[in-house]
Design a protein around this ligand. Structure first.
Ligand code: FES
Length: 59
């Protein structure tokens, strides 16, 4: 498992990157797909940074 990004839901970085690559490129989509970012929201900035990183890579 890679680094945990969402502590509340125990979602790791690889899981989030895969979800973003599969099209979940908004916070709402990530919440639905992975259940990350549905607790304290302390991971919001980390997830937004991953979304930005993955969508830049895809360009
Ligand atoms: S760390 Fe992700 S919702 Fe709390």
């Amino acid at each position: 498992m890679s680094k945990i990004i969402c502590i509340c839901s125990q979602i790791d970085e690889d899981t989030l990157r895969q979800a973003i690559q599969a099209g979940a490129d908004t916070l709402e989509a990530i919440q639905e797909e992975t259940t990350a970012n549905t607790g304290c929201l302390g991971c919001t900035r980390r997830i937004l940074a991953l979304i930005e990183d993955e969508t830049n890579k895809a360009k």
